[in-house]
Design a protein around this ligand. Structure first.
Ligand code: NAD
Ligand code: IPM
Ligand code: MN
Length: 347
């Protein structure tokens, strides 16, 4: 079979540090079958040239099998510039309408939830990735005055909601519990919530074997902490999904372990894999970042490319490493964790 062509965007802050370790594991598991090309996009490029994601680069990226991204965002760049014009532009242009975020407690990992067992925290959040409040429409009037008015609109289309809801039902069907929960805020967001609820109910008729449930996002946030076992697969809009997956990361052992895939299920453009966390400027350049989230994102990437066995090997190597952490391996650097997981993949 032909080589995997992978575009790599290390990005800002700890992005490059964690991506180095992710690639180390990837190369160990697939050998020379992966060809990587690195793209220097992020704060440095922005300061030097004013560019975030030039069109020729976007076109070139379209030709890869997948993209691995570290993180973007830097305190020296106004908020939103890199996030919107680089990261969100990729998600939107490549139609990553499924943002897949597993929330899974591995055995041996410490959780702030007393008494929670791995079987209690084992869910997958299907976050919509191309619409909602992230659409970026709205505007400002009388900026800088005491009469300033800022609006930010949530865009929800029947097509956009249906495709992600359908994906989530399929996902639920493939899991033992076959339960899907819609998380929204239908009691307040009456237009968008109504659309989501109607689409959810209608598509659900086609999946009689999937148990369905509904939860307002505020209550869902509480249940993540008090009764995480309620959830199997969750489908939700872009912003709610962003917020609850950081809560999910916290309950499943921390943001350093949370992986994600920005998936284009129709395969009309490459999917993009990245840790849930950001560029962590507070610890950048110190070798303190945990690369595990990126390594688990590499496992998702392998799975997406049809390399299920290789994906399982990476996940098992991480699981074994996580068990060992209980017994006092806490002080390892980013490189050391990457090396140890690489050794388990090859060994
Ligand atoms: P963050 O995720 O970067 O950091 C939050 C906290 O978690 C920090 O204390 C950080 O040190 C810690 N942390 C994050 N990743 C870690 C890791 N791998 N190992 C150990 N500790 C880790 O979120 P933030 O501080 O809100 O945002 C910083 C910047 O990153 C902002 O510019 C933001 O826009 C951007 N951001 C980017 C992405 C992305 O590229 N996908 C995601 C979130 C935030
Ligand atoms: C994430 C991040 C991004 C998001 C930001 C950086 C645009 O928080 O990947 O979770 O909000 O989706
Ligand atoms: Mn986020």
């Amino acid at each position: 079979s032909r080589n995997i062509r992978l575009a790599v965007i290390p990005g800002d802050g700890i992005g490059a540090e964690v991506v180095t370790e992710g690639l180390k594991v990837l190369e160990a598991v697939v050998g020379t079958k992966v060809e990587t090309t690195t793209y220097d996009l992020g704060a440095k490029r922005y300061h030097e040239t004013g560019e975030t994601l030039p069109d020729p680069v976007l076109d070139e990226l379209r030709g890869y099998d997948a993209i691995l991204l570290g993180a973007v965002g830097d305190p020296s760049v106004p908020p939103g510039v890199l996030e919107r014009d680089l990261l969100l532009k990729l998600r939107f242009q490549f139609d990553h309408y499924v943002n897949l975020r597993p929330v899974k407690l591995f055995p041996g990992v410490e959780t702030p939830l007393g008494g929670a067992r791995p079987e209690d925290i084992d869910m997958i959040v299907v976050r919509e990735g191309t619409e909602g409040l992230y659409a970026g429409t709205g505007g400002v009037m009388r900026r800088g005055t005491s009469h300033e008015i800022a609006t930010q609109e949530s865009l929800n289309t029947a097509h956009g909601v249906e495709r992600v809801v359908r994906y989530a039902f399929e996902k639920a069907l493939g899991r033992p519990r076959r339960k899907l929960t819609l998380v929204h805020k239908t009691n307040v967001l009456t237009y968008a919530g109504d659309l989501w609820a109607r689409v959810f109910d209608r598509v659900g008729l086609e999946y009689p074997d999937v148990e369905t449930d509904y939860c307002h996002v505020d209550a869902a946030s509480m249940f993540f902490v008090s009764q995480p076992e309620r959830f199997d697969v969750i489908v939700t809009d872009n912003l709610f999904g962003d917020i609850i997956t950081d809560i999910g990361a916290a309950i499943a052992g921390g943001i350093g372990l949370a992986a994600s895939g920005n998936i284009n299920p129709d395969r009309t453009a490459p999917s993009m894999f990245e840790p849930v966390h950001g560029s962590a400027p507070d610890i950048a350049g110190q070798g303190k970042a945990d690369p595990t989230a990126t390594i688990l994102s590499v496992a998702m990437l392998l799975d997406h490319l049809g390399l299920a066995q290789e994906a399982a090997r990476v996940e098992q190597a991480v699981a074994d490493d996580l068990v060992e952490r209980l017994t006092g391996w806490a002080g390892r650097t980013t490189h050391e964790i990457g090396d140890d997981i690489t050794a388990r993949v090859t060994g």
